[in-house]
Design a protein around this ligand. Structure first.
Ligand code: SAM
Length: 243
């Protein structure tokens, strides 16, 4: 790949993007969970509860939680009896997650450093694939969707939750002002890292709108690709099935 891609609002090579995304999450790993609460006013907990309710993990199912970071989504799924592999490109995020899981005594979890674009799991390994607030950071999104399809069993479910930039008049202006000004400042005070949080805001703004991403999920080969706005439309749950 030689074409330039966006790292936030900057154009960089694909390799540079993957490297810099890695640096962002290594830098934010220790404060990641606290920052999530501050940036969303605790809403991310509710979004993740709703997300897992949509995934409907069942006892004994094998689920791949891709870009699973510090394990927030995986913890909710193992509590329902699923076996969850938390995979992430960033070992620092997984390290924080493993420590949290040990503290809570949660069984049913395994952890793997992996790039969503090139997975080493065998074909047809999982009943469900989840990716929450992760795919917008991936350099080659169609490659990651192709890998999701490959590692799912027939009848397997794909679920992704992402921010959806809002078009609502008034709301979008208000949200833009909050996101662009306040989030990097909170990042500076809490995590001493303004730049990483500026990237996170820019990456949300640049992620395709829900109809465009739904089309990408369908193009990857998933059937019944759907985009469901959640709780005011700030986030969207995307889903699809492998037949
Ligand atoms: N899913 C978790 C959650 O909702 O709390 C973590 C989300 S965090 C915003 C995004 C995660 O995506 C980071 O842990 C980052 O390391 C991971 N990530 C970014 N690019 C990736 C890639 N190409 N493959 C796998 N993980 C990636």
């Amino acid at each position: 790949m030689t074409d330039k891609v966006n790292f936030g609002d900057e154009l960089v090579s694909p390799e540079e993007k993957t490297r810099r995304v890695g640096a962002v999450f290594s830098s934010v790993a220790r404060r990641y969970d606290l920052m999530n609460d501050l940036m969303s006013g605790g809403m991310h907990r509710l979004w993740k509860d709703r997300f897992v309710a949509r995934v409907k993990p069942r006892a004994g199912e094998q689920i791949l939680d891709m870009a699973g970071g510090t394990g927030d989504v995986a913890f909710r799924m193992v509590k329902r009896g699923a076996q969850v592999t938390v995979a992430d490109i960033n070992a620092d995020m997984l390290k924080v997650g493993k420590a949290r899981a040990e503290k809570r005594g949660l069984p049913g979890l395994s952890w793997k450093v992996a790039n969503a674009e090139t997975l080493s799991f065998a074909d047809s390994s999982f009943d469900a694939y989840t990716i929450v607030f992760g795919i917008r950071n991936v350099t080659d999104i169609p490659a990651a969707l192709g890998e999701a399809l490959r590692v799912l069993k027939r009848g397997g479910r794909f679920y992704c939750m992402e921010f959806s930039s809002s078009d609502w008049p008034g709301f979008s202006t208000l949200y833009e002002a909050f996101a662009s000004n306040l989030i990097p400042r909170i990042g500076k005070v809490v995590a001493d890292d303004e730049e990483s949080y500026r990237y996170l805001v820019e990456s949300i703004r640049r992620f395709p709108r829900p109809p465009a991403f739904r089309a990408m999920v369908a193009d990857a080969g998933f059937v019944r690709a759907a985009a469901e706005p959640m709780l005011g439309g700030l986030v969207t749950i995307h889903s699809g099935w492998k037949i």
